[in-house]
Design a protein around this ligand. Structure first.
Ligand SMILES: Nc1ncnc2c1ncn2[C@@H]1O[C@H](COP(=O)(O)OP(=O)(O)OP(=O)(O)O)[C@@H](O)[C@H]1O
Length: 593
């Protein structure tokens, strides 16, 4: 996703962005309340100490009353112990709630990413998703687990101390309060700027993550084309841009900090001068001045930290916006309200009834008015030019995308009227690009059917001619590398095919799953596959005559419609487009037909 697509940060209220976290925090409101209460009590006990100091200076010290010191010092000690106890409770309650909130938010984000339609994943760069799930999430965690409490507690401390300063000696208290006016005005202006800058930095981090992810994924292409330098330059340009944006952000932060650092020092000087004059004129006692200075010292950390905490809150608000953009994405492919499992035959009749499909945001339909019926147990090959919409059509069966018009039915039931879990149990799909996960071969194969027996597993491996798995160091329990990269393309395809045919599904969708196999292996797979296809309704996207020959009938897709349906020989005889499409394999074609 490019910068232009990201909503401008200033468009959203900062507080409302942070309040997005509330639904996740709500279940732990008891712990959160305990955190705030403990933090506030710790601050109050801390504030009581300067007041005891004032009493000590104006009382026992001024009067030389040593015995009077004992209860006051004892009280100060008691407050110190209470502060430590409250500190412990705050840390305990905060960590518990923070870790729970983080886990819930992570789960919600992950589940959302799983449930979002394929069209969403086509549109979003994976690096942007990764940076939201990692760095934005960690920003939120640090805010919830640390900054949020201090932000609130320090603000409350500032208010309480301001009141105490006014009560102690109001003219000086008022002067101290007035010094915060320029601080607030400047702070607000810089915070707005910081907010925009931190959002830009976060977006750029996503861009950089995408760059790394794509170049690692495509490392073979990059190496084989000798384009390492080009790829590095692209990466470096983005890294430089990120550095520039970070520097802008740091500059604003430095200004913010500088003012927040300077303010207490200037104010302290003001207090000392004003306080000395007030003591000289008898308007303030020495004990009162000691208390005033001690109270203001308590305020130093809250004031200093506010600059940092506000900046952190801005950054977290941007992170919440970015995470929220994913959580707000509509789930377009989802269970209709009230759907319940229905009886679907095995094998089932699969029908496309006036199906149309247009990509979201596009005005050009990829498919329109597609009518096609596969009788139970029938195998139908789908043939068409590159980009004619074969993958799109086959993706509609398991609802990887939903039709824009018409409907897809199984035994007359609209696939949208079946629960997704049931539908995806009925329909098994294998894609040309065989994706395997970093887990054992067995786990990869049984991904969609965890209750599979060893006999089923052996049969699927046999059908897909994937017996090579038995020769792996730990057989089916061998963990295959990231995305199965340690296996060859053909081996990966065979495992993906085994995964699809496991348990003989009622409906099988094969999107050119044999393309990476050599002719000999392909022939062996096809021979074994015929057995499976007898009891399964299968839609097979085919580019090669050998694959077409697996099918009972062939449908020719052209111009977004089904141009012709018939047996392989019928189409060869009647459809010049069909003949042209398969002409590249004419030698083989002649042999086989
Ligand atoms: N997200 C998208 N937005 C707009 N158009 C898209 C999108 N994804 C794919 N297309 C277009 O949809 C058309 C159909 O793509 P599809 O992958 O279904 O074709 P195909 O027949 O399976 O091609 P091939 O035989 O090369 O695999 C193509 O022209 C493609 O460019």
């Amino acid at each position: 996703m490019d910068d232009a697509a990201a909503p401008a940060p200033e468009d959203r209220g900062r507080l409302s962005a942070l309040l997005r976290l509330w639904p996740y925090a709500r279940p732990y409101r008891g712990l959160i309340a305990a955190t705030f209460a403990a933090a506030l009590l710790a601050t109050l006990t801390q504030l009581a100490v300067p007041l005891i100091f004032a009493a000590v200076v104006d009382g026992p010290i001024a009067e030389g009353d040593r015995a009077g010191l004992v209860p006051l010092v004892g009280l100060a000690l008691l407050f110190g112990i209470a502060e430590a106890a409250f500190f412990f409770v705050r840390r305990w309650a905060m960590n518990r709630s923070c870790l729970q909130i983080e886990r819930d938010l992570r789960d919600a984000l992950y589940q959302r990413l799983q449930r979002l339609p394929v069209a969403f994943h086509d549109r979003w760069a994976s690096g942007q998703l990764l940076s939201r799930a990692t760095s934005d999430m960690s920003t939120v965690r640090r805010f919830v687990g640390f900054a949020a409490v201090f932000l609130v507690v320090n603000l409350i401390t500032c208010v309480i101390v301001a009141v105490l300063l006014l009560v102690t000696y109001w003219p000086l208290g008022l002067a101290v309060l007035l010094t915060t006016v320029p601080l607030t005005v400047l702070g607000q202006r810089w915070e707005r700027r910081y907010n925009v800058q931190s959002r830009r930095v976060q977006d750029e981090q996503g861009e950089l993550a995408t760059e790394v992810e794509e170049s690692v994924q495509g490392i073979r292409v990059v190496k084989s084309l000798g384009r390492g330098r080009l790829v590095f330059d692209r990466y470096d340009a983005k890294a430089r841009r990120l550095r520039r944006l970070e520097l802008d952000k740091v500059r604003t932060l430095a200004l913010l900090w500088c003012v927040f650092e300077l303010h207490p020092q200037v104010t302290l000087a003001l207090i000392l001068v004003g306080g000395a004059l007030a003591v000289g004129s008898g308007a303030l006692t020495i004990g009162g001045l000691v208390a005033f200075v001690a109270l203001f010292t308590v305020l130093l950390w809250p004031i200093l930290s506010l600059g940092f905490l506000f900046a952190f809150a801005q950054e977290t608000a941007s992170a919440c916006d970015r995470i929220g953009e994913l959580l707000d994405e509509p789930l377009t492919v989802t269970d209709r309200p009230g759907v319940t499992p229905q009886t679907v035959g095995s094998p089932a009749r699969l029908a496309f009834e006036g199906v149309g499909f247009t990509h979201p945001g596009s005005s050009t339909p990829i498919l329109s008015g597609v009518h096609l019926t596969l009788e139970p147990g029938e195998t139908l090959a789908l043939v068409g030019a590159t980009g004619s919409g074969k993958t799109t059509l086959s993706s509609l069966v398991a609802r990887l995308q939903d039709v824009s018009a018409g409907r897809v039915t199984l035994d007359g039931i609209d696939v949208r009227d079946l629960p997704l879990a049931q539908l995806r149990g009925i329909v098994a799909t294998a894609f040309e690009e065989a994706t395997l996960f970093s887990m054992s071969v067995r786990e990869n194969l049984t991904l969609g059917r965890p209750d599979t027996t060893d006999a089923d597993l052996d049969e699927a491996v046999r059908v897909a001619q994937a017996e090579f798995v038995h020769d792996l160091p730990w057989g089916l329990d061998t963990r295959i590398g990231e995305q199965g990269l340690s296996l060859s393309g053909g081996q990966r395809q065979r495992l993906a095919l085994a995964r699809a045919v496991l348990g003989r599904p009622s409906v099988l969708v094969l999107d050119d799953p044999l393309s990476a196999l050599d002719v000999h292996t392909e022939a062996l797979v096809e021979r074994a596959l015929r057995d499976v296809l007898v009891g399964t309704t299968a839609l097979v996207v085919a580019h090669r005559p050998s694959t077409v020959l697996l099918a009972d009938r062939v449908a020719l897709l052209a111009g977004g419609r089904i141009a012709a349906v018939g047996t392989h020989s019928e189409l060869l005889a009647s459809e010049p487009t069909y003949r042209d499409l398969l002409a590249q394999e004419s030698d083989l074609l002649e042999t086989l037909s």
